[in-house]
Ligand binder design. Structure first.
Ligand code: ADP
Ligand code: MG
Length: 324
């Protein structure tokens, strides 16, 4: 199977879709965002051995490769339009390509996000996706808008992806159903696309949690020129696995480190003025996403951890940084 047959068989589909004037097959795709809209653009590169295990289920990998990009669009409050796929493959292996394309395109269809182009080359397995979304001009949610006195929120659950990673590495023994649930969170993240759009005009700042909550919130605090306090008892409650009361789990301080700095969560962390509390809850309900208030924005720079009674809690390990 040659390069072009591979593209035709696995990735080319009838060009269509909102905002797409021309899809795969020419030198460029043509995007046509609606008048009054800005294009939101984001890229992520996934490398075997660094971002995923060599033996990961290709269907799940296809899902995750697009999910991490859609999560960036969600964080900006943008609606997905289209994406490109640059692939380096060691071989044109149909048994890998078919399920990879299935997982990728199923998530793409679920969000009306068309594959409009890319590049395909032989090499060590690498997947680079660029997504394009649209957001009304001037309404994109940014990292720089957090204000003194704002509430701090997180969507969904935190830490379960890291628990899944530790279990797959063999460092935490988990009963089969718990392993399956944690592994799903690691390999099949749900980008909070509907929530992101629902938060336009409500959230003052937003970021998606990919490297770990503390590190990612740190970007918001820095770019907004503020600090924050986080309630660690509330944060611990965000680990879905802990709600099962399983005896196999590590101690709470280890779990807290994974909740606050585990990585691979793909949830949204955002701030909003306290007078938006009802609007935030409505946005969560309308998008079918749990939203939890975990802290607040303060003047002093940095992030402080406190327990339910307001006593300081020691900082766990830092977020993931490829070059640290
Ligand atoms: P060019 O040489 O002009 O860069 P290519 O010959 O590499 O174009 O690709 C032919 C067409 O197939 C282009 O429209 C390109 O965007 C598309 N394409 C290539 N690889 C992929 C891929 N992995 N997924 C989707 N479209 C792809
Ligand atoms: Mg090319």
């Amino acid at each position: 199977m040659g390069e072009f047959e591979l593209i035709d068989r696995f990735f080319r589909r009838p060009a269509a879709g909102r905002g797409v004037a021309l899809g795969i097959g020419d030198d460029c795709a043509l995007l046509a965002p609606q008048p009054g809209m800005q294009l939101a653009v984001s890229s992520d590169l996934l490398l075997e051995g660094r971002h995923f295990f060599a033996d990961v289920d290709p269907q799940r990998l296809g899902h995750k490769a697009l999910a991490v990009n859609l999560s960036d669009l969600a964080a900006c409050g943008a609606r997905p339009l289209a994406f490109t796929l640059a692939l380096a493959l060691p071989a044109a292996d149909e048994a890998w390509l078919a399920p990879f394309a299935r997982g990728l395109l199923a998530l793409a269809d679920a969000h009306g996000c068309a594959l409009v182009g890319g590049d395909t080359t032989r090499g060590p397995l690498a997947i680079c996706i660029t997504v394009f979304g649209e957001v009304p001009t001037g309404q994109a949610l940014l990292r720089s808008g957090a204000r003194l006195g704002d509430d701090l929120y997180v969507s969904g659950t935190l830490g379960d992806a890291r628990l899944g990673l530790e279990a797959l590495r063999g460092s935490v023994p988990l009963p089969a159903p718990m392993l399956a649930a944690a592994r799903d969170r690691l390999e099949q993240p749900t980008p909070r696309v509907a929530l992101g759009q629902a938060l336009r005009g409500i959230a003052s700042s937003t970021i998606d949690v990919s490297d770990g909550l503390l590190g990612d919130i740190g970007h918001v605090l820095q770019q907004s020129g503020v600090g924050a306090r986080i309630d660690t008892d509330v944060a611990l409650g965000l680990l879905a696995a802990r709600q099962t009361n399983a005896p196999a789990l590590p101690p709470d301080d280890q779990l807290l480190a994974w909740v606050l700095a585990g990585g691979d969560d793909y949830e949204l962390a955002f701030t909003a003025s306290p007078d938006q509390r009802e609007a935030v809850m409505t946005a969560g309900q309308a998008s079918g996403t749990a939203v939890t208030r975990i802290g607040s924005i303060e003047a002093a720079p940095g992030c402080r951890l406190v327990d339910a009674r307001g006593r300081p809690v020691a900082m766990p390990a830092r977020s993931f940084d490829h070059f640290a």
